[in-house]
Design a protein around this ligand. Sequence first.
Ligand code: 13P
Ligand code: SF4
Length: 300
Amino acid sequence: MISEEIKRLKEEKDVIILAHYYVDGEVQENADLVGDSYFLAKKATEVEQQNILFCGVSFMGESAKILNPAKRVIMADELADCPMAHMADVKKIKEVKEQYPDAAVVCYVNSTAELKAMSDVCVTSSNAVKVVQSLPNKHIFFIPDEHLGQFVAKKLPEKEFIFNDGFCHVHTSIKKEELLQAKELHPEALVLTHPECKEEILSLSDFIGSTSEIISFATGSDAAEFIICTEMGVFFELQQKNPGKKFYSVGHRQFCPNMKRITLDKVKQALESLEPEVVLSEDLMEKARKPLEKMLELSK
Ligand code: 13P
Ligand code: SF4
């Protein structure tokens, strides 16, 4: 069985497997730790093993490497990348900094190491409001995701936000008309939504949070039915934790093709070869570490 082989290789090669909730259930089942981006970044700083195998997209592996430069970080699939991570422009960051010298550049972790290196602090969907609220700056340039930025801005009217036009193609493909149809079909269901969705979806939601927060909310809720507005991978943990509850999707596009690149065969291959390794220059890691560490500090 491939699971036994993975377990044997992990022990033999001193590897811990970290996985995001969006990878397939069978990959989550073979991971040591599964979580949202914040949990995974934090846990990566606490692991004892010499090698970290990441089942997720590039920015997650990069963050683990930046926070643990002495460890070897391996990706289950080298090509699994989040398109939104590239949707901000170095030139625009420089321009905004010139125009608003007091502005803090707040960078969603779904970003390249290069973008992090130009930022003051990182955030994830679960700590963005808390982190931005604790900053002394009035002006906030939020990159790369416009939708998470708008969500945070609404919660913090005392700040002035400058937005960037990045987006997640998976979450923005969730359509209002389809959500309204789903609500009509399941009138008792609560709507649980990731903040990368558009405002028209957020405004129809009963709860907005990160993947972990959505799972915790559904698990702690007395409701029996939920409409889930995020990537389908979360359904695995939702169903594991709540066998008696019902979970519905909205339309048929809630699949992140990059997260779905991760397979058990690739996990096994990565364990055998300890490749592909995440490699970043010392200089880049040093610059990108500061905003990541500041996030960990401010979200304690
Ligand atoms: P979470 O931090 O909520 O797990 O989200 C990561 C992500 O990629 C959302 O699309
Ligand atoms: Fe990126 Fe969207 Fe996939 Fe998350 S779901 S990794 S934001 S493309």
